[in-house]
Design a protein around this ligand. Sequence first.
Ligand code: NIG
Ligand code: FE
Length: 421
Amino acid sequence: MTTKLFRNARIFTPLDPGAPLGGATQGRVQVYENGALLVQNGRVEKLGPAAGVLGEIVRAGAKIHQEIDCQGACLVPGFVDPHTHMCFARPREAEFDLRLAGTPYLEILAKGGGILSSVRDVRAASEADLLAATRRRVLTALGLGTTTVEIKSGYGLETASELRMLRVIARVGRELPVDVVPTFLGAHAVPEEFRGDPDGYVALIVNEMIPAVREQGIARFCDVFCEQGVFSIAQTRRILQAARSAGLQLKLHADEVHDLGGAGLAAELKAVSADHLLAASDENIARMAQAGVVASLLPATAYSLRKPYARARRMIQGGVPVALASDCNPGSSYTESMPFVFGLAVMQMDLSPLEALTAVTLNAAYALGVAGRVGSLDPGKQADFLLLDGESPAILAYHAGVSPVTAVYKRGELAAGREDP
Ligand code: NIG
Ligand code: FE
């Protein structure tokens, strides 16, 4: 048994009531100005005001193996990034130049670029190269405070390549000190060989890919890019119903560019989360609230596509629990940085720093169905936490363009950064 005591920390953490924090509770964060955190065998044992925690240690006669003086640093739960496409072969810089010159994102895709050019790259890459590239990004994210990450397939778009991506994703999770949640996104685009026959591709997903993913047990979620010119509402419903029957949980890319009604479909199917939502209607936001669907918002995508940000305040006022994610991908959001996402949410979407903290920790864990283990510092959960060089989580928005994350602890062990604050 190893016991570690982190003292002299300003602890900020949502406490998990057993459901995501929505509406007025979105920013309900527990603060201990002079706090202490006791970690036993990689799990949170106790946290609270230093005097109370120390008193209990003395009373219980517990032996402390290591004591870390946080010197007043801010201590928060590790970030959970609930929406990424980090498994890809290489970035698409030339496409970024095209977008800067005014070509719309969906037009590039319609012409066979965008996602489809990443599909060509992934199909051509060796499994070892894809693994190395994915590992690098996950390590970058870890250094920036991400201790749990979702990663989607979706650049294979044929059964063997999709399964290969999911194998790589699983392997990254086994090899790195990061919890990785795998999502099957065969419905990311219609591949070139099915151009003109999208229903034929949907049939392949339903009849071949989903059964194969189920048999190998290598995905927890199924996601669909429900968007004009990509997958319609009817096609999305068909794929997600098949996925549910195969035991997968549901997410969708909803109303990212056009209001197709994806948010409403997420409510109808009681998906775990609906993601993007830049163009979601008031009516469908209300339906999400009723159905208990988490909104995963991706402000770095709005930034990169130069689109208006999702209406986070409206969602919070409507009682929808809001999570935040990087959407890290080579097209619409090339960043692994949750501090950047946090800053955009505070400065551009008007979340308070404490609302944003809940969004990158507890609500994000609910968006991935892993809140039983991570997302807050409730006793019994994994001791995944960060030290920030600042007095409160607001430093993540305030100290812009740099990372105030000085130490990243995964299951109580230093996984990135430095022990000495
Ligand atoms: O979430 N919208 C679809 N998928 C990604 C972009 C993927 C890409 O461009 O490679 C997104 O924005
Ligand atoms: Fe995405």
